[in-house]
Design a protein around this ligand. Structure first.
Ligand code: TYD
Length: 139
């Protein structure tokens, strides 16, 4: 699956911790957008989509949440519970986020501006696209 867990350098001292993410220095792509999900109600599951052409780096800067990931062949479950690790999502991956703690702040960096036409929100469309890509690869 086209994912990676990236560990960030922590500038810690007796006052506490600080992490800096700088375009082109320690980020895997040039950042065009940052958004964050917080105040998520108990039991909520969100996401339910894949992207045609988008890289994202998800960092749980507070609390914890889980990602269910599916690339059409295998599935993976990842827990994010520390601000010093980022989950890099590339390629065609169906994602669902769940088990948000009350204090969860999920920050996401992206390499493109928000574009609804880049979303695949229907699971069957996602499966079809995976199938198309696999067929093209084997031709
Ligand atoms: P939505 O896609 O439902 O969130 P998720 O799939 O992560 O559960 O997004 C909720 C709303 O926010 C929807 O109206 C689109 C809007 N939105 C933006 O305007 N910009 C963004 O960068 C994102 C991620 C969402």
């Amino acid at each position: 699956m086209d994912i990676e867990l990236i560990e960030f350098d922590v500038k810690g001292d007796k006052r506490g911790s600080l992490i800096a993410l700088e375009d082109g220095v320690n980020t895997p792509f040039d950042i065009k957008r940052c958004y964050y999900i917080y105040n998520t109600k108990q039991g909520v599951r969100r996401g339910f989509h894949a992207h045609k052409n988008l890289q994202q780096l998800a960092v749980c800067v507070s609390g914890s949440c889980r990602f269910f990931l599916d690339d059409g062949e295998i599935t993976q479950d990842i827990t994010l519970n520390t601000p010093n690790k980022g989950l890099l999502l590339k390629g065609l991956i169906w994602r669902e986020m769940y088990d948000f703690s009350d204090d969860c702040v999920l920050m996401v960096l992206a390499d493109q501006l928000y574009d609804e036409s880049d979303y695949i929100r229907n699971y069957h469309d996602f499966q079809n696209l995976v199938q198309q890509k696999t067929t093209t690869r084997h031709e």
